[in-house]
Structure formats: C-alpha cells, structure tokens
Design a protein around this ligand. Structure first.
Ligand code: PHE
Length: 468
C-alpha cells in the first residue's frame, strides 16, 4: 500500500488530498457530473437503441433502470469517491484499509478504469462523426436534401477510413488537451454555458419536429408500451444503457465525487444529475422520431439514426444551416465533456500510483486509446465483415466496434455497478454510509434496501438470463 492511500483514509490532514482542492460549489459538481453524463449516449445512442428495441416498452424499462438501479448506484459511487478522496482505485484502497476489508475490492475500480478506456476508443470515433457534420451543415450541404441523399452522405463518411481517422484524431486530441491540463480548470465555466445552449437547441429541433405532422405518432412510439416488442436482450440493453448514460460502473462518479465538499448532499446532487440526463435523452427522442416517421425512415436503422434524420430536419427548416452547425458543435461539446471523464480516472491513477507526470500519463493513455480507435474505424469499412468472436451465437455478426460497445455497456459497466452495490451495501459500515449521506432515516433506509437487495438482484438476473 502506498503512503498516499493509507494516510488518505485518516482524513483531511492528508497532504495528497489537501493538494487536490475541492469543487467550488454544489453547482460545480453538478455541472461536471452532468457534463460527463450528458453526451453521445443521450443524443446518439438512446434514440437508436430505442428504435431498434421497439419503442415504448423499452423506454419504460430504461426509465425504471435509471430510477431503481442507476440512481442508487450513482449515490454509492459518489459516496466512495468522497470518502476516499483520491482516484477511484486509490479511494477503494483507502476505504478498504480503513474499514479492515480485503484490498482486492479495489479491482472493481480497475474494471471501471479499463471500461472507460475501451469506451473512449470508439466514443472518439463517433465524436469524429459529429465533427464532420459541423462542416457538412456549415457549408449548406444539407439544404434541400432528400432522405436518400442524406443517407448517401452518411455512408460516404463511413466508407472513408482516412476522413474518419482525421476526425477521430482531432476529437482525441481535444480530450487529451483538457485532461493533460487538469480537469477542473475551465470545465465548470464551459459546461455552465454550453449545456443550457444544447438544451435550447434540442428544444428548437423538437419545435420543428412538432410541425412535421408526425409528432403524435412519435409520442405514441416512445411512451405507449407494447410489451410484445420487448425482448430479453432489450432489457439487457436498457439496463446497460442506464449505466452508460449516467456514466456509472467505471469510476467517473467516484473520481468527481472525490472533489465534493463534505457539506453537500449526495442524494440531491445525484437526483439532479439523473433527471437532467434523462430529460436530454427524452428530448432527443422527441426531436428525432417525428422526423423518422415523417420521412418514412426506419426507426431501427442503427447507429446512423441521428446522422440520417437530424440533417434532414436542418435541411428543411428555416435557417437550417445555422441551427445544424450549432447543433453539431454543441453535440461535440457534450461528447467532449464525456470523453474527458472517460480518460480522467485512468490518468489520475497513473499519476498517483506510478508517480507519472499528468502530461506524460495523458499522452501515453491517449495514444494507446487512439490506436484502438483505429480498429473501430476499420470495422466500419474495410473490416466490416470481420466478426472476431462470430463463432459464439451471442456475438454473431458483431464487428470490433459492435463488440467494444457490447462488452463495455452491457457487461463491464453493469458488472462494475453490481460490485459497487455489493461493496457499499454489504461491506462498508452502515455508520460510514450514514455519516456521508446524512439524510433522514426513512430515506436512508429506502436507499439502503434498494442498494442491498433490489439493485444487485436485478442486475444479476438480467445478466444470467442473457448469458445462459
Ligand atoms: N455518459 C456518457 C454519455 O451518455 C458516456 C460515458 C459513459 C461517459 C461512461 C463516462 C463514463 O454519452
């Protein structure tokens, strides 16, 4: 055990902790955590998996997963971070040593750090798609297009590895620049302006979507559950997405929680973050599906869905080039703040653990992640028929990109979350939890029961059902 982590458990006198500083306010934490949560998961992924899984019933399961699984785990993760006061892996070490538990628990944070690294590799590629669409929108290429020609622009992009590489490189560089300089300088201010702007632009698109004459159909699609369309794998996808969209199961909330001052309510802040994240996802659905139906597009079109629908809307609405450019700029920004949070836990750990300088660790981790991203790029074109684990039924037809998405969102993140629930619910002392959460005894006991019983059982059942 390193000096840093053993002394961290003893509290605020610790030199490492003292050096790190804290968020300037409750709002600062909310902004950073929301910046991590709101990203491509809400605007790119949520609509397309909803389309693939038949709409209403899937959305209902997703909302249940957010409230009954995601939120309690978010509180548990923030709690671990604040109690440990270090990077996720070392916070886990500090808590286990303080509470006399097995140090092996820190592996749950290691799984998370690994998951974040894997996610960033393909997340950056999608972030690159958004960058490319800024140019497409700004140069007026979307104006007056048809669904076919918009589809052709998108498939043209996917079939061009060099262009994809260029934008992936730019996205990764943007992430690395911020992480190398330390996450908190600048992030607070940027998030507080750009997040509300993204929200307003989404409302503009929803406003446009209301004029398409298919808004009612979209509302019915999203909110009228038809359980005959829900499959067991759909339930797994909904659960996995609850983790993905709230940035859970990989230590982000632990890392950000470690900067949270003691007098701030973990429950209130976690609820705020979850509600905002869900609102953005639902708005994205309301923006996209009217356009899908109005243009006779396929809701289950897959990962390209928003890149084939939103451009159509921007091509038809007044001042569409301007709104389109702004929208994709804000999408890049949302993806950027999430990308930063995906790299941060790994870099923090390298820095603390290996004594590496922040710039060097960012550069090393970023470059390896960038290299891995190239495999995802190639799986969209030259390697599109290559399914590395295709011999197993559950991975049939999955490219490298699909596999990375599946492995992280549907396996690693829920597994990380499950371990967090078990660790906090069954191993940490109740007294430690009560002192961190300081909420009314009734609310505490609801949270505690959900975390101890409901959350682990729900995750385990969904897992077992899908793997067997
Ligand atoms: N929550 C982010 C999104 O919805 C993605 C993410 C996942 C970020 C896990 C950090 C950790 O886009």
């Amino acid at each position: 055990m390193s000096n840093a982590s053993s002394s961290a458990a003893s509290g605020a006198m610790d030199p490492v902790r003292a050096k790190r500083g804290l968020w300037s306010s409750r709002l600062a934490f909310i902004l950073a955590a929301t910046g991590s949560a709101v990203g491509l998961g809400n605007i790119w992924k949520f609509p397309y998996i909803t389309g693939e899984n038949g709409g209403g019933a899937f959305v209902l399961v997703y909302l249940l997963c957010i409230a009954a699984v995601g939120l309690p785990i978010m509180m548990a993760e923030v709690l671990i971070g604040r109690r440990g006061g270090l990077s996720p892996v070392n916070s886990m070490r500090a808590i286990t040593s303080h509470e006399g538990l097995k140090p092996a628990w820190r592996w749950l944070a290691v799984i998370g750090v690994l998951a974040g690294f894997l996610i960033l590799s393909f997340y950056s590629v999608i972030g690159g798609w958004a960058i490319s669409y800024v140019g497409t929108a700004a140069t007026g290429q979307l104006t007056g297009q048809t669904a076919e020609s918009i589809g052709a622009i998108f498939s043209g992009l996917l079939s061009d590895p060099l262009t994809l590489l260029m934008w992936h490189t730019l996205f990764m560089a943007l992430v690395m620049v911020v992480v190398a300089r330390g996450v908190r300088s600048g992030l607070e201010r940027a998030v507080s302006i750009l997040m509300p702007a993204l929200f307003v632009l989404l409302l503009v698109v929803v406003g446009y979507a209301m004029t398409t004459g298919h808004f009612g159909q979209a509302v019915a699609f999203l909110f009228q559950p038809d359980f005959s369309k829900l499959t067991t794998s759909g339930v797994l996808v909904a659960l996995g997405h609850a983790f993905f969209t709230l940035s859970l199961g990989m230590g982000v909330m632990m890392a950000y929680g470690s900067y949270l001052p003691k007098d701030i309510s973990i429950a209130k802040t976690s609820i705020t973050v979850s509600v905002m994240d869900t609102a953005v996802a639902l708005l994205a659905g309301l923006a996209i599906f009217p356009i899908v139906f109005a243009n006779g597009l396929e809701p289950g079109a897959g990962p390209g869905l928003i890149f084939q629908t939103l451009p159509l809307a921007f091509g038809q609405m007044p001042m569409g080039s301007l709104f389109g450019t702004l929208f994709f700029l804000l999408l890049i920004f949302a993806a950027w703040t999430s990308g930063i949070s995906l790299l941060e836990p790994l870099v923090e750990w390298l820095e603390e653990q290996k004594g590496m300088n922040r710039k060097v660790s960012t550069l090393g981790a970023g470059i390896v992640c960038w290299l891995l991203g190239i495999a995802s790029i190639l799986s969209l074109n030259l390697w599109s028929d290559f399914a590395p684990l295709g011999m197993f039924a559950m991975f049939e037809g999955k490219t490298i990109f699909d596999l990375l998405d599946f492995l992280t969102a549907n396996i690693l993140l829920p597994l990380g979350g499950l371990l967090v629930a078990v660790f906090v619910g069954w191993y940490m002392s109740r007294q430690a939890l009560e002192s961190e959460l300081s909420m009314s005894p009734t609310v505490f006991s609801v949270w505690y029961r959900v975390l101890r019983y409901f959350t682990p059982i729900a995750v385990a059942v969904v897992f077992v059902y899908n793997l067997v």
